[in-house]
Design a protein around this ligand. Structure first.
Ligand code: BDR
Ligand code: CA
Length: 308
């Protein structure tokens, strides 16, 4: 199995991403780190631990990271899309035990150092922890096999007209990770353009709801998460995980990313140059067989109910 870690801010679609990893025998989950984003760091950490426990993976260590962005605290009048608790009104039982005492960046470093196999890191929240990991432990970060990021947008954003949420929340961190990492880590960017099209329709939510306890709780959490997009519920972060499980379902193109970390109205914008004169910095997912991706995700998450 491929050794993986995930840095996340659960978050409804983060929940779906975590469950997809737990349901995938091809992936060996070595640890989870949390970042403040969709909700504060206490809640994202609590939610990550609860979701793992729900999936029967309470043994996976969870280490909490940054509670705020590196340089500037983002301000928005928009109401949180994930509800007060982060999981769309679903409150999962608190997991027994405690989080790992190490800060996320130190945990990532120690996990890479201890691994005999290369590790893939998924980053599906603001990139604060990953930027700190790169800055503090460049030699260990360079041992990552791949970084897979859900974030950014070729076209419009979802937080502002220009910016996707994860980049908007901490543009300086995103700049560090996507443009000027200081270490050579093969990186895949799964942007909003593709993830917002890869949504669950009512029939999909019904399949989840009927599968058992895990599926029913997931369907309830997802139910409120529509982003004004009509009948489709996006599962952004889970699409990033599926990209690794089923690369044949997506189209990828090399590109150079410029992150706008200025203080104007396009702060957090990602300029995606698909024909870069200076050479690419990342691989960008530009298209997906969205129906096949959703089917694969449903298949995996419902399998958790077949196991218990
Ligand atoms: C991203 O922002 C968050 O709200 C989601 O969890 C996802 O990671 C989508 O823009
Ligand atoms: Ca997220």
């Amino acid at each position: 199995a491929r050794a993986v870690m995930i840095d996340c801010d659960p978050g409804i679609d983060d929940m779906m991403a975590l469950l997809t990893i737990c349901a995938s025998p091809e992936l060996d989950l070595r640890g989870v780190t949390t970042v403040g984003g969709n909700v504060g760091i206490e809640l994202t950490t609590r939610n990550a631990r609860s979701v793992l426990a729900l999936a029967g993976r309470g043994d996976v260590p969870v280490a909490a990271g940054a509670g705020r962005s590196l340089v500037r605290v983002p301000v928005s009048a928009k109401k949180g899309a994930h509800g007060d608790g982060g999981l769309g009104g679903v409150v999962l039982p608190e997991a027994p035990g405690a989080a790992d005492p190490r800060p996320a960046a130190a945990f990532l470093a120690a996990t890479v150092a201890a691994s005999t196999e290369p590790l893939t890191l998924f980053a599906v929240g603001p990139m604060t922890n990953v930027a700190l990991f790169y800055a503090m432990y460049p030699q260990l970060a360079a041992r990552l096999d791949r970084l897979v990021v859900m974030g950014g947008s070729i076209g419009a954003g979802n937080m502002t007209p220009a910016a996707e949420f994860n980049v908007w929340f901490d543009p300086e961190a995103a700049h560090r990770v996507l443009t000027d990492p200081g270490v050579s880590v093969p990186t895949t960017l799964v942007p909003l353009d593709v993830t917002r099209r890869t949504g669950l329709v009512d029939a999909d939510l019904a399949v989840l709801a009927g599968s058992g306890r895990v599926g029913a709780l997931t369907a309830r959490a997802l139910g409120g998460y529509r982003h004004g997009l009509g009948a489709v519920t996006p599962v952004h972060d889970a699409v990033a995980v599926l990209t690794v499980l089923h690369p044949e379902l997506v189209t990828t193109q090399p590109a150079r990313i410029h992150v706008d970390a200025g203080y104007g109205p396009s702060r957090g914008n990602t300029v995606v140059d698909l024909d870069p004169a200076d050479g690419p910095t990342v691989d960008v997912v530009v298209d997906a067989d969205t129906r096949a991706v959703v089917n694969a995700l449903l298949d995996r998450v419902t399998s958790l109910d077949r196991e218990v």
